[in-house]
Write a protein that binds this ligand. Sequence first.
Ligand code: COA
Length: 152
Amino acid sequence: MGSGFDIVPLDAGAVEACISLEEASFSVPWGRQTLEQLMNSSAFRFFCAKDGEGFVCGYVGVLCACGEGQILRLAVLPSRRREGIGRALVEFIISSADVLRLERLTLEVRASNEPAIRLYEGLGFLKTGERKNYYSEPREDAWLMDLDLGRR
Ligand SMILES: CC(C)(COP(=O)(O)OP(=O)(O)OC[C@H]1O[C@@H](n2cnc3c(N)ncnc32)[C@H](O)[C@@H]1OP(=O)(O)O)[C@@H](O)C(=O)NCCC(=O)NCCS
């Protein structure tokens, strides 16, 4: 929970808002089909931040398997950035670790994505490696980062 917004599980009614978030946030956005498929799979957990009027202003998607949660998506509406929403979404996953049965969080992030890297480092994530030329549009290396939830 952050000031002015609540974090709740993503429901089918919020797919349209997620498509907008995707298009505003990623060079290769997920479309409706991908989002709906993943939302219907029990291994994927999605949560969104809704403002006081129920408007979706950010969302996070995690693939949970074998005690590990891979953060696949984290996006905040451009007009609502730097309000603590991105951090609150990741903190929500961290504080839900027991319920989600997670011992570790992992993620990949573009090497040039300073806002996201700073956010993750601020929450204790450490860089564990790199994947060369992992991303396209534009081609770029990925940083691998993780957070050992058992050590918190
Ligand atoms: C990365 C992203 C999710 C951050 O969301 P946000 O709600 O703006 O982030 P927060 O307000 O919670 O910021 C938390 C911390 O992240 C860091 N941060 C966020 N934006 C930053 C920026 N533009 N420059 C530098 N640091 C930044 C800061 O350390 C910040 O803490 P502070 O405000 O106390 O200084 C958002 O910029 C976004 O949606 N980007 C496009 C999609 C994306 O890159 N997703 C990550 C994929 S791995």
